[in-house]
Write a protein that binds this ligand. Structure first.
Ligand code: ATP
Ligand code: MG
Length: 182
């Protein structure tokens, strides 16, 4: 159990992992592993709904660790023929859940996976989102992932890394594989 006085000593960071190369979500999940090793409480909200099984979700189900993961987005980048109203509604639902975590201060690390995309597509008002992120507990770390991080969000972040693609097996016809991609 982490003592609140130890939490208060932290400088909570707003981290953004963006860019076209592979490794954004993986990077955030790696930080989750590190945080769990220190008995921190961790939550991941996936803004792109993915109904297929993933290793990280199995981990959430079976590990018994304080690692909560939920997928509330619309699947907007993959889904064909969906209305943008529906996408907005789903992004709002996921953001509402994120807002609960940010306000409650129940977790030490919060990952908003693919959130950059929801903001880039203007499903949510960026200025209000940034204000809510800034108002979180001073000790809470937040990691946002996804391509196309908006400039104003980058400005508000403490740490921003852009992943560049040099090679990807997809371009050599190698499909996504268990344990590496999902
Ligand atoms: P990962 O979840 O593997 O860390 P990511 O979060 O950086 O990837 P996303 O933009 O979320 O990348 O893409 C999700 C999926 O698309 C992943 O399975 C990833 O391997 C694949 N992908 C990422 N970058 C590329 C690319 N440049 N070309 C083809 N597929 C890619
Ligand atoms: Mg990703």
């Amino acid at each position: 159990m982490i003592k609140q006085e130890d939490r208060e000593k932290r400088h909570g960071l707003l981290i953004n992992i963006t860019g076209p190369g592979k490794g954004k979500t993986t990077s955030a999940l790696g930080t989750c592993l590190r945080a769990l090793g220190w008995n921190w409480k961790v939550a991941v909200i996936q803004f792109i709904k993915n109904d297929s099984e993933t290793g990280e979700r199995h981990f959430g189900d079976v590990s018994g660790m304080p690692f909560e993961i939920c997928s509330l987005g619309a699947g907007f980048t993959w889904r064909k023929g969906g209305s943008s109203n529906e996408d907005t509604q789903c992004a709002e639902n996921a953001w509402q859940k994120a807002g609960e975590y940010l306000a409650e201060g129940r977790v030490d690390l919060l990952v908003l996976d693919e959130f950059n995309i929801a903001l880039d597509k203007k499903y949510l008002p960026l200025d209000k989102v940034i204000a809510t992120l800034r108002d979180r507990p001073s000790w809470m770390h937040v990691i946002i992932t996804g391509r196309n991080a908006p400039a104003a969000l980058i400005e508000a972040c403490d740490l921003v890394s852009e992943i560049r693609e040099i090679k990807h097996p997809f371009n050599a016809g190698i499909p996504a594989q268990k344990g590496i991609e999902f």
